[in-house]
Write a protein that binds this ligand. Structure first.
Ligand code: BES
Ligand code: MN
Ligand code: ZN
Length: 494
């Protein structure tokens, strides 16, 4: 999709379709009011006859409306006037995009950013339209043989902006949307395609696409030399070689970097602590943390942000095998701490701990890990919020704010030292599980033992990275919007 800006009013705008917002109880947006006047009260009539409700997500496509230069008019319901919520706005844009893509229109002009959405800025609304429209058009095709292209796809959306200020919002929105789309594709790819080696190749490709990105890949012997025996112990049960991928985006000279560490488990069968077979296919999504790092690096490189960001992706499979980790095995991490593996399905922390230790070498200002780490976070927060735990409250606050700003929200859980004792082991420095209670907190506690040297936050995205089951099954691209927003806010605050 291409995006443009216009300052024409809706009646004189020439495009295949003009999009205006309407509300419940027959209320009209400013642009819908203009259209209504030009058409001698046509919209009022449609409301009176009950065709239009204004409910969020209702879309009504009209042809040849009097007084309009454009052949089509799309009415988009946005709920209660002056009370449209972010969710309703997203629902409306989603419906609008799907409808337009299936209509004959090639290009459309949107007058939606003029409506009130809680207290969001015009910039936010323009960005959100792009992100949500691109998300609606995302279609996984990689492993389908019968893909029919849409016969008359929408290819251009023009935004109304009195002063052309929308340009930057559109560019930001598009970069985020592209990053999300990359993250979704990587997530949706099956485990037999998207292996650690495949992820490494994708990282190399990212480095080729952007001058500011350099990629390095460590293989298993190189990791062994660094003492990453915790990470390697997980990979030992797999026929696929583990990779440690580093993507270095340099946009700010020699400033200290933000390091993003993404869990890249390309398939998590649980290992010897084998998972139940029901829904196990979804464990191909156990690399969505790494996918969000790819997506974020791609977005900031596209935007040429003045910041240094290093993506670190430990990537492996977790499989049952004669050579796999066994419950009770003890391994030595790169940091020198010994770990008793009481459950081989708690493997994310085993690969992340070595990647976190590895991150020390970049002298990071901030380290954020992103991981589909615990089923328990879904019990606690559902699929709405990403779990957030941090060893620094300022960083936690920044991430909470970035979540609200981007509407890709997080919610904080405690990382009190009270929980640490749950990780005590009789035979090693630390156990890899902390028992039944507070599973997401003890998982973060485990990671916290390896992050004492820097300011760190952990994002548990097990509930938010993909939609589970049924027709809806698919990666979401979260938390790319949150991460990019965090970096944008950081640049602004400096
Ligand atoms: N990748 C899973 C977490 C997960 C489970 C994400 C379900 C999404 C849905 C992780 O490696 C895992 O298996 N965690 C265990 C930890 C437990 C053994 C302490 C879990 O959550 O059950
Ligand atoms: Mn697991
Ligand atoms: Zn896992």
């Amino acid at each position: 999709m291409q995006y443009f800006v216009t300052s024409n009013p809706p009646s004189s705008q020439q495009s295949d379709c003009v999009i205006v917002a309407v509300f419940e109880q027959g209320e009209l947006s400013p642009s819908a009011t203009v259209v209504n006047e030009q058409s001698n009260g046509y919209l009022t009539k449609l409301f009176e006859q009950g065709d239009v409700t204004g409910n969020a997500g209702q879309v009504i496509l009209l042809r040849d409306v009097e007084g309009m230069k454009s052949p089509r008019l799309l009415l988009v319901g946005c709920g209660k006037k002056d009370n449209t919520t972010e969710n309703q706005f997203n629902t409306a844009i989603n419906a609008m995009t799907t409808e337009l893509n299936e209509s004959g229109a090639d290009d459309a002009t949107s007058y939606l950013a003029e409506i009130d959405v809680t207290s969001r800025s015009t910039d936010w609304k323009n960005r959100q339209i792009v992100i949500t429209a691109e998300s609606a058009l995302y279609k996984y095709t990689e492993t389908k043989s019968d893909v029919k292209p849409t016969s008359n796809p929408l290819t251009k959306i023009t935004f109304f902006s009195a002063d052309n200020s929308a340009e930057q919002s559109l560019a930001t929105g598009l970069a985020i949307a592209n990053g999300m789309s990359l993250a979704r594709t990587l997530g949706d790819l099956p485990g037999n395609v998207c292996t650690p080696t495949y992820l490494a190749e994708q990282a190399i490709e990212l480095g080729q696409r952007f001058d500011a990105v350099t990629t390095t890949i460590l293989d298993e012997p190189e990791m062994a030399e660094l003492g990453m025996h915790s990470l390697l112990s997980v990979s030992r049960g797999s026929r696929e070689d583990a990779k440690l991928i580093t993507m270095n985006y340099q946009g700010a000279g020699d400033a200290r970097p933000v390091v993003l560490v993404g869990k890249g488990l390309t398939f998590d069968a649980g290992g010897i602590s084998l998972k139940p077979s029901q829904g196990m296919d979804e464990m191909k999504y156990d690399m969505c943390g790494s996918a969000s790092v790819f997506g974020t690096i791609s977005a900031i490189a596209e935007l040429k942000l003045p910041i240094n960001v290093i993506g670190v992706v430990p990537s492996s499979e977790n499989m049952p095998d004669g050579d796999a980790n066994k419950p009770g095995d003890i391994v030595t991490s790169m940091a020198g701490k010994t770990i008793e593996i009481l459950n081989t399905d708690a493997e994310g922390r085993l690969i992340l701990c070595d990647a976190l230790t590895y991150s020390e070498r970049f002298n990071p200002e901030i380290v954020i890990d992103i991981a589909t780490l615990t089923g328990a976070i879904i019990v606690a927060l559902g699929r709405q919020a990403t779990g957030l735990l941090a060893n620094n409250q300022d960083l936690a606050n920044d991430l909470l704010k970035a979540g609200n700003d981007s509407f890709d929200r997080t919610w904080q859980l405690p990382l009190w030292d009270d929980y640490q004792q749950q990780l005590d082991s009789n035979f090693a420095d630390i156990a890899n599980i902390g028992g039944k209670e507070a599973g997401s907190v003890t998982a973060a506690c485990f990671l916290s033992r390896f992050t004492e040297k820097f300011t760190w936050a952990h994002l548990d995205i097990a509930g938010t990275a993909w939609n589970s089951g049924g027709k809806n099954k698919g990666a979401t691209g979260r938390p790319v919007p949150l991460l990019v927003q965090y970096l944008l806010n950081r640049i602004k605050d400096k």
